[in-house]
Structure formats: structure tokens, C-alpha cells
Design a protein around this ligand. Structure first.
Ligand code: GLC
Length: 668
């Protein structure tokens, strides 16, 4: 077993170009060379605010982190404008995150890339308007542009991490299975989830608390009627090996007597309107103020509030609604009520009917409201839309910085919905409000390598889908991906069908699949930690491992997981299996449980492979090994002393198995 130090090579193939007068985002931690030259591949039109390059037919464009569509981003328009977007459909341009990093490569060729570091809106027209052109439009006409060039994609990823800092490392228990649902109202309901899992013999490490645990949706409060003795309940769960993970929202309820609200007003730490008064917006609790996370004092203050829950035994959180998501702002609402008056008595026709309908119908998620929010950036009033994409990042930074002070000896789980490159140093992310759709199972797979490139190693999607009713087969097939994502959480919306694994007919099969996760944990944790400590990727596209393989380069539905494995999930309803491309000789493991799987050696090539509903397709590379632990009910019970080694002509003694106490923070 090894303890690895951080092998950080500070030599990276990057040059910087300062375009305009950019507001610093905090994404970059190293100091690259700034030249006044743009690399030959790129053209910067400073007047238009565009950076463009020509795409050859065979070029693949990687990156952009959490976005719609495939691993190869060609053929669509992506807009970095963090949005509370619960419809992750192909026709969308923006989701919750902005990872402004793009990398271009073709089979057998080197790679070049750019990180457009700006807190404002950016459009990435990746061969959408014209197939052979990549055009990046920077709204503020200001950005720090970082250009990369190397003989491989892997090296560029390493270089980006050198520039933006190392990836967040969660506690080891956060690699266990987590159960969540918006609506666990009280102690009894949470206890029942754990009882049901234990009774069904399904391993579990955490239960998530959604907004229902709070007193009237007020951050850092607990509803005392539903949780009469919260610290005692947290301890009761801990005794059973279960971590409770509460949600924290960005908006602070406006309510006299609520300390967070009163302190924020007294210390002048909330986002403003143009007239300097505190902006009033609304989210779950109704009217709220938003902390001005761009202000260091506000970060320090808000971050300090997590102590309220840490002191009650909590050791993990998820930050939500931090794009920020908004139902309405007060001025907009007043205006709507006035306009509605004008429509009274009118003959609503084709024009006026739709205008009238949209007055209320399009009130929430209206990005124009951001134009009336102001931040204090280094003493200057800056309109929100100019710094929009770093708001969620700074909320999570507030938490991450606070944990370093408040919990210096213990890692705290933290992941966020909104994000920007740089946030990967403070927390992970989940992929937001997906749906119980088969296409979102595939999207989950495709977002993983893109997120890993940008440093977001600790990530995952709501397994089974958040919105809409799941089906047992979808949930079971989702394990084909979810078994391998560092964050493995089943989460569902309150009005959807129950989605706990215990709510279905084939509980025993689910128990076996979750057992497989615990059995794979020594491998998953090792590979994750090595990626985090060496600035590499944990999940990557096939092309990064097989850069000369023309077929592998365009595979969109298989990924590499760590050094030994390739996975190929089934993502179509009622399919009996799927086509798989093997870029080299591999040993196929058709896995049903830690004890029950078939092994078959297959030559390089294309195959149709059958997979029953409860079977996960895993491929072991030649010359590699896979450690498997025995079943465990909790992550801390995983027994590293009794590992079984599956080998395909590999040598277990050569495998770098990483382990640690899973808790002590790792200084890098
Ligand atoms: C948001 C989150 C979701 C959560 C819900 C209620 O939609 O994305 O995960 O359950 O809010 O807090």
C-alpha cells in the first residue's frame, strides 16, 4: 500500500494573453508567462470580442465540463451563463456550470487548447454556424486567455491543473452509496430509510437532507419540531455508520430576528441594487437577500456559518441554488402586478394573449433580473451579469476556505450545483436536476470526462433521475455508470415516484450491485486519489488512452475509469446488450455482484455483448489488475487485507494501491 506525495510539475505548456481589462476570477493559482502573442492556430478579434480557429474534418473538440450533448462538442452552440435549467435537453445552450476550457485534437495528432478565464458570459460556437469554424465570443471583451499546446491531451489536462490548482479531495465515506430525496421531513423518515436499507442488506454511507430539515428554509437552522434533538440524531446515525448531509441554499431569508439575515444587513454583506440598497429576490422561503460572495468578508462570514452544523456533528454539505436561482425580484413583481392591471378588460388577441401569459409564466429564471444586482469587487460596484459565472464558485469557495479553518484535521464533504473552473479546488459538483430519462443516463456518462478535464473529479449525477418517475430498469441500468462515479447518490424530486432501492421488486439485485461498489472501492479510491494527487483524470475519453486509434477517438458511449478499466453501460430501455468497441485485447467482466461475474478474453474489435438488467459491463485492460474487496455494509468496513485480484496478465504487486485514513486533509 502506498501513500503518495503530490508530484506537481510546475512546467506546463501554457502561455497567457491578457485581453482587455478582465476582472480576476480566482480560477488561476500559478503564474504563467504572459506574452502579447496569440498562438498561430487562433485569431483574436479584439473589437468583436471573438477568438476563433479553424476545425479540420477529423478534429475533435473536448471540454466545456457540464454541458448538453456528447464528449465531442462539435456541432452546437454552448453558452457559459450559469442557469437553473431543469430541462437538460439537446436544444439547451446553458446548464448550471461554466467551464470555459476547450481542447482540440485528432487521432495521431497532438492537441491545443484554450481556457477563457472571464467571469462574464461566453458563447462557444463549436462548428454550429459554420462546421469548420470554432468561434468563441467573449461578451465583456475582456478575459485572461490561456493557450496550451502539447503532444497529447493528457499533458494539456495536467497543464490546466497546474495552472488552476489541485482537485478537491472528499472524505472516503463520500465514495460510499448515498440516498437522497427532496422530502425526508423528519427523524422518523430518515431513520426509516436507513432501517429499510439495513433490512434489505443494501450498503449505505449517507442520507441527504434536502430543504425540509430547515426551519422555514432558513440556512443554518434546523426545524426543531421535526428534529427535536438534532445533534443527538446526527450521533445516532453516526453510530450506525451513516453520515447526514444537509443542503445549503444561496439565498438568506429576510426575517427579523434571524441572525444570518440580521448580521448580513449589519455588516453590509448582501448583493445590492443600483441605488445601494440590498437587493430583494425570492427563492424557497420567499424574500431573500443574496450574500455577496465576491467580497472576501462575505465569504469569510458565510463560510463561518457552516460551523453551526459542524458543531452538531455534520461533516458534509451540498450547496444549491447558487447560479443564483431566483423565483422573482421585488421590482419585477411590482411591475408585473402593474402590467396585469393594464390587461384587465382587454380583448386578448394573438399578440396580447401571449404577452399576458408570459408575464407570470416567464417570471422565474429570467436572466435579465441579474442586471439589477450589484457586487462589490475590490471596492467597485460591478453589475452581476459581468461576474455571473463565478457566483456559485465563490459560495463554495466560502465553504471550502472555512473548512480549512474550522476543520483542519478532518475532510468535509462539499459539492455544489453551480460551478466555474477554480471551484474544483474547494468542492465537487453534481450534475443538477436531470430527469428519469434514458438519455440522461448517457449524458451522465458523457459529462464525466469533460468535468474531469476541467479538474472536477468528485462528481456524479442524480442516479435514477431527479425529475419525473423512474422505472426499475432505468435505475438498475444507471448503475452501469453510477457504480464508477466518485459521487454515487440516488436523488429524486418530492413529487416523483419513490426511488429508494428498497422501493422496487428486485431489491436483492440492487443489493448486489451496491455491494459491487463497495467491493470496487479500493480501486475507485486509489484511482481517484492518484488522479487528484498527480493532476490527472479519473474518468477519461478512450482517445486519451489510445490517441492513435481512429475508431476509439469517436466513441461517445464508453469511457476509461482509472488505469485498468473501460466501462460500457447499457443506456437503452429493453435492450438485451449493446455494441462495444475494444481498442485493445481486454478481459470482459460481466458483473452481477462481487462474487458473481463472468470473465471472457476478447480481441481488439467491435462486438455485440449481451448484458442482463442486473449485469454491468466492465473491461479489464491487458497487463492490468483489479482489486476486489469482500462485501461491506459501510465504506469504513471495506477490508483491504483480504483483496481478491482479478488479473489480465497483470501483476498485483506492481499495482499502486493507495489508501489512507480517508479523513485527514491532504496538504498540497
Ligand atoms: C433544486 C436542487 C435539487 C433539490 C431541490 C430542493 O432543484 O437541484 O437537488 O432537491 O432544489 O432543494
Amino acid at each position: 500500500m502506498h501513500r503518495l506525495g503530490r508530484m506537481r510539475k510546475d512546467v506546463f505548456m501554457v502561455t497567457g494573453f491578457r485581453y482587455g481589462n478582465p476582472i480576476e476570477t480566482g480560477a488561476v493559482v500559478a503564474s504563467p508567462v504572459f506574452t502579447n502573442q496569440i498562438p498561430a492556430e487562433w485569431t483574436l478579434n479584439q473589437e468583436e470580442g471573438t477568438l476563433s480557429c479553424t476545425l479540420k474534418d477529423e478534429d475533435i473538440v473536448y471540454g466545456l465540463g457540464e454541458t448538453v450533448r456528447g464528449i465531442n462538442k462539435r456541432g452546437w452552440l454552448y453558452i457559459s451563463a450559469n442557469a437553473d435549467e431543469p430541462f437538460h435537453l439537446e436544444d439547451k445552450h446553458s446548464l448550471y456550470a461554466s467551464q470555459n476550457f476547450l481542447m482540440i485534437s485528432a487521432p495521431g495528432k497532438g492537441a491545443y487548447a484554450v481556457f477563457v478565464d472571464t467571469p462574464g458570459y461566453v458563447r462557444f460556437d463549436v462548428g454550429y454556424t459554420k462546421g469548420s469554424e470554432l468561434v468563441i465570443t467573449i461578451q465583456e471583451k475582456s478575459a485572461n486567455l490561456y493557450f496550451f499546446n502539447a503532444d497529447s491531451c493528457k499533458k494539456i489536462v495536467h497543464g490546466l491543473r497546474g495552472l488552476t490548482g489541485p482537485s478537491y479531495i472528499p472524505p472516503k465515506w463520500a465514495f460510499g452509496y448515498g440516498q437522497s430525496r427532496w422530502s425526508y421531513e423528519n427523524e422518523e423518515q430518515v431513520r426509516k430509510v436507513v432501517d429499510d436499507y439495513d433490512a434489505a442488506g443494501i450498503a449505505l454511507d449517507s442520507v441527504y437532507l434536502d430543504i425540509d430539515y430547515m426551519d422555514n428554509y432558513k440556512d443554518f437552522t434546523v426545524d426543531e419540531e421535526k428534529f427535536p434533538n438534532f445533534p443527538q440524531f446526527v450521533e445516532e446515525m453516526k453510530q450506525r455508520g451513516i453520515h447526514l448531509v444537509p443542503i445549503i441554499d444561496a439565498g438568506v431569508k429576510i426575517e427579523e430576528g434571524y441572525d444570518v439575515y440580521e448580521e448580513g444587513v449589519a455588516k453590509d454583506l448582501f448583493v445590492k441594487k443600483a441605488d445601494g440598497s440590498n437587493q430583494i429576490a425570492a427563492v424557497w422561503p420567499g424574500k431573500v437577500h443574496f450574500p455577496d460572495f465576491l467580497k472576501p468578508e462575505a465569504r469569510e462570514w458565510f463560510g463561518g456559518k457552516y460551523k453551526v452544523l459542524l458543531d452538531q456533528g455534520i461533516d458534509g454539505f451540498w450547496n444549491d441554488m447558487n447560479e443564483p436561482a431566483i423565483f422573482y425580484i421585488q421590482d419585477q413583481l411590482d411591475d408585473i402586478f402593474k402590467k396585469i392591471e393594464d390587461y384587465k378588460g382587454m380583448n386578448l388577441d394573438i399578440k396580447t394573449f401571449f404577452e399576458f401569459k408570459s408575464l407570470v409564466g416567464q417570471m422565474d429564471r429570467d436572466p435579465s433580473v441579474y442586471e439589477s444586482f450589484y457586487h462589490n469587487v475590490n471596492g467597485e460596484m460591478v453589475r452581476h451579469d459581468k461576474v455571473h459565472n463565478v457566483y456559485g464558485f465563490n459560495m463554495t469557495r466560502a465553504a471550502g476556505e472555512a473548512f480549512e479553518r474550522l476543520s483542519p484535521d478532518k475532510r468535509i464533504l462539499m459539492f455544489s450545483r453551480s460551478s466555474y473552473i477554480g471551484m474544483h479546488r474547494y468542492g465537487g459538483l453534481w450534475e443538477g436536476d436531470n430527469r428519469s430519462w434514458w438519455s440522461h443516463l448517457l449524458l451522465n456518462l458523457q459529462q464525466q470526462p469533460a468535468l474531469n478535464m476541467c479538474g472536477f473529479l468528485y462528481s456524479g449525477a442524480d442516479i435514477g433521475g431527479f425529475l419525473a418517475d423512474t422505472t426499475e430498469d432505468l435505475l438498475m441500468r444507471w448503475f452501469g455508470v453510477g457504480l464508477f462515479t466518485p459521487l454515487m447518490r440516488n436523488h429524486a424530486e418530492k413529487d416523483s415516484r419513490r426511488q429508494e432501492l428498497t422501493a422496487f421488486e428486485h431489491t436483492a439485485e440492487f443489493a448486489d450491485l451496491v455491494a459491487l461498489r463497495y467491493s470496487l472501492l479500493p480501486y475507485i479510491y486509489s484511482e481517484f486519489m492518484k488522479a487528484a494527487l498527480h493532476d490527472e483524470m479519473y474518468i477519461s475519453p478512450l482517445a486519451f488512452e489510445y490517441p492513435d486509434d481512429e475508431r476509439a477517438a469517436y466513441v461517445e458511449d464508453q469511457v476509461m475509469v482509472g488505469e485498468s478499466l473501460m466501462i460500457a453501460p447499457v443506456y437503452t430501455q429493453n435492450a438485451q446488450g449493446r455494441y462495444v468497441y475494444l481498442p485493445e485485447r481486454m478481459k470482459m467482466l460481466r458483473m452481477r455482484s462481487p462474487e458473481d461475474f463472468d470473465e471472457e478474453i476478447m480481441e481488439k474489435g467491435e462486438y455485440y455483448v449481451s448484458a442482463a438488467l442486473n449485469e454491468v459491463l466492465v473491461f479489464l485492460r491487458e497487463g492490468h489488475v483489479l482489486p476486489l474487496a469482500e462485501r461491506a455494509d459501510r465504506s469504513f468496513e471495506v477490508d483491504y487485507d483480504n483483496l481478491r485480484w482479478i488479473s489480465f496478465e497483470g501483476d498485483p504487486t506492481k499495482y499502486e494501491l493507495y489508501n489512507d485514513d480517508g479523513e485527514t486533509p491532504i496538504k498540497r
